[in-house]
Write a protein that binds this ligand. Sequence first.
Ligand code: ZN
Length: 321
Amino acid sequence: MNFRGTVKGLHHVSATVNRAQEDVDFYTELLGQRLVKETVNFDNEKVYHFYYGNEIGSPSTIFTTFPYGDQGVREGVIGNGQVYETAFTIPKGSLGFWKKRLKNHQIQFESEERFRRQFITFEDPSGLKLSLLEDGEDQREPVWIAEGLSIETAIPGIHHVTIAVSRPDESIPFLEFLGYEVSDTDEKRTLMEASEKGAGNSIVVLDGKDLPKGVNGLGTVHHVAHRVPSVDDSLNIKKEIKKRYGIDVTEVKDRKYFKSIYFRIPGDVVFEIATEGPGFLVDEEVDQLGTSLKLPDWQEPRREKIESELTPYKRPSEKRG
Ligand code: ZN
């Protein structure tokens, strides 16, 4: 028994980053993602929670950040037990364009081949590892397009994440239990895909025995979320994880835009199972997404205090004027 078909693929990636302004500028202006929601970390309301994605922040396009830069949080170490790198799709034939774009923005990058595909790898302003790869079969439309980008070059969403673990032989069976199947391997990597396969539905397991142990902090990914249709699916997964692996799973948490459970997989990476709905349109119209601070009902009474403690920054909409 496994959850193939129930776990549809990726939902989002969440990272701890440095400062708000550089983060927003990088993901919106350079990578051309839309800031679809500005809220606060529901577990620490002094820190923003930014959600980037396509026009409406469809599950699997969402990359989220917590800018902890002015909160006394130390730099993290990227290593085992973490998401090691996040890969975004770029359209077929646009690799040369992206190399030029990164160079023009003084972003250093490297080229490398994995699974017979060309990747370019680089870091965001906080040191997060990112990569771009062409995938002509990615059906998601890049409907939010920044300056200098077009439908031929824009990013339609996250392609896959790479997790680093010291014992792939322990982590891979767990991913199979969640519904991912091995579809390719190379020297150090195992590509696994959910039933729908391809972009947004894939995860790579990197054999990290030569890497340091990952330490949470600035410039590291905190967790990767996988999507399921309903909370009942999450509860079934929770029950089965406890029964088979004895792993503790949190209660269902209301994240307003989705409902979530969290746990550590064998190999230590923090996973979240998030519902596909209700999504980012529950408290804003499509054209208003990300243009003001949104708070859940339970924090709304403290809005004034919360706003006064957040570091001001310029939103993409304010920059465009
Ligand atoms: Zn999350």
